[in-house]
Design a protein around this ligand. Structure first.
Ligand code: GDP
Length: 473
């Protein structure tokens, strides 16, 4: 929370304002040892409309101030308290008029807290408020303090709290952004370290219905007959687990035994199998879904029910998805040319229709039996994994955001959401947050637009990236 300190000479009403801001909330009283002088500073969580901030009441300093010159005494608190303060509310007493001590407080603020933005408030304005609330002469006098136009308030009656809210809003928002920025610079320097992550072993799951050629593909990838392959469904189902190297990277095959076997039957133990597969999915980073080209050509439908379930689960669990269409050799004859083209054109479109949550899912056409497309599969799996681990620095994302916001056409400029910041909060899979100012929310369609643009501009096809939104208080 941003911290706001109440300052002013004794008796201007700092404590009254403090009490109003924290209402009945607990105030924390603590000691600030400074140069062997111990003073009390009250601290509480202030609530003003929808604003929340930490408020410090420097009233405890009055005793010290009274015994010496306010200047000499109050400078002693600078270090510990001002270091964690972002804003000040400088109170003066409009009934008493401007006093020499007010000028001293002003001088002190300028000298010791140049980085702290200050709101000048004329307290005890209730009796001066003639309905118009103008207080012209007093305001002009207060203006001479050099802290801009004062706002007229009454900590006793609550007058002027709306104006105080208006004045605080933009300043608090700036504080929050500054903090986010500072934090993000730290985050970005942590990126390099996290990029090391993607050198860890890649966990791959090869899934698909029986007989689509998973074992054959696996053998092609391993380049040796480590897995039994046969025409009967269910022959190779027991815990396929293997490990191999590609491009200097270790790839683990996650155990996918029985994934779609029972799930494909769609009744009885099917639901159990689906649950089991979901658990297995969590262990994979990349899910390669294998389809049978000949079957697609014959059935005029790329994805069967079970395959759709698995693909959806994979993206819901945040895994990277690659679709592999196997047995393309069976469509290779001249007689099949039309079928061949049809499959190549139809599959990517159809997959996109059944899994609209993720755009640009990569589809690779292979023949596992002939060993064709093996390298394409390996490169795509590694590429998907690297994108799944991707971390984009905030500066780059915000440059991107500026461009992309111009791309979207708005019927009404007024409805255009104000995104202050866009940042990646995590990887594996990449997750982004749009920080918004004001009350307007991003519509679902705008979130989709941002997601799609991210996928297109950073080549994140098949990665279930997430875009969330947060209001800046
Ligand atoms: P799995 O149940 O998904 O593991 O499928 P298998 O790898 O056991 O393959 C099932 C059958 O399809 C076997 O007879 C394979 O020889 C055959 N097969 C696998 N890949 C291809 C391919 O690319 N082309 C052709 N024509 N047959 C294939």
């Amino acid at each position: 929370l941003p911290t706001v300190i109440l300052v002013g000479r004794p008796n201007v009403g700092k404590s009254a304002l403090f009490n109003r801001l924290i209402r009945r909330r607990e105030a924390l009283v603590y000691n600030t040892p400074a140069d062997h002088v111990t003073r009390d500073i009250r601290e509480g969580i202030a609530k003003l409309g929808d604003l929340r901030f930490r408020v410090l009441d420097s009233a405890g300093l009055e005793t010290a101030a009274a015994s010496g010159s306010i200047l000499s005494r109050t400078t002693e608190m600078t270090g510990s308290v001002l270091a964690r303060t972002q804003l000040a509310i400088f109170l003066i007493d409009v009934r008493a008029g401007l006093q020499p001590l007010d000028l001293e407080v002003g001088k002190w603020l300028r000298k010791n807290a140049p980085g702290i933005r200050t709101i000048l408030a004329m307290n005890k304005s209730e009796s001066h408020d003639d309905g118009g609330g103008v207080l012209t002469a007093e305001a002009a006098e207060a203006h001479a303090l050099g802290f801009g136009d004062p706002i007229a308030i009454s900590a006793e009656t609550g007058l002027g709290m709306a104006e105080l809210y208006e004045a605080l809003c933009p300043l608090l928002e700036d504080c929050m952004l500054q903090r986010l920025n500072d934090k993000r610079i730290e985050d970005d320097s942590a990126l390099d370290m996290e990029n090391e992550e993607n050198k860890l072993p890649l966990q791959l799951a090869i899934v698909g219905r029986p007989n689509v050629g998973k074992s054959t593909l696996l053998n092609a990838l391993l380049q040796e007959e480590r897995v039994l392959v046969g025409p009967e469904a269910g022959l190779t189902r027991d815990s396929v687990r293997a490990q191999f190297k590609f491009d200097g990277r270790t790839i683990y095959l996650v155990d996918t035994a029985g994934w779609l076997q029972r799930c494909g039957q769609e009744k009885g133990p099917a639901s159990l199998s689906v649950m089991q597969s979901r658990k297995n999915l969590m262990r994979a980073h990349v899910v390669a879904l294998v389809l049978d080209a000949e079957e697609i050509a014959r059935n005029r439908c790329s994805m069967k029910h079970a395959e759709t379930i698995i693909a959806r689960q994979a993206v819901e669990e945040g895994r990277g998805l690659v679709v592999i269409v196997n047995k393309m050799d069976l469509l290779n004859g001249r007689r099949n040319l039309m079928l061949y083209e049809k499959v190549i054109n139809a599959v990517p479109k159809e997959i996109q229709t059944v899994i609209p949550q993720v755009t640009g899912i990569p589809v690779i056409f292979i023949s596992a039996l002939e060993g064709k497309g093996r390298m394409a599969v390996l490169h795509q799996i590694v590429n998907t994994y690297e994108n799944w681990c991707l971390r984009l620095p905030t500066a780059r994302l915000n440059r991107w955001l500026q461009k992309v916001m111009g791309r979207h056409s708005w019927k009404d400029q007024a409805t255009q959401p104000r995104i202050k910041y866009f940042t990646q909060v995590k990887a594996r899979p990449p997750t982004f947050v749009a920080f918004l100012s004001g009350k307007a929310q991003l519509s679902d369609s705008y979130i989709r637009f941002l997601t799609k643009s991210l996928v297109e501009d950073f080549n994140l096809g098949g990665i279930p990236i997430r875009v969330m939104q947060r209001q800046i208080p």
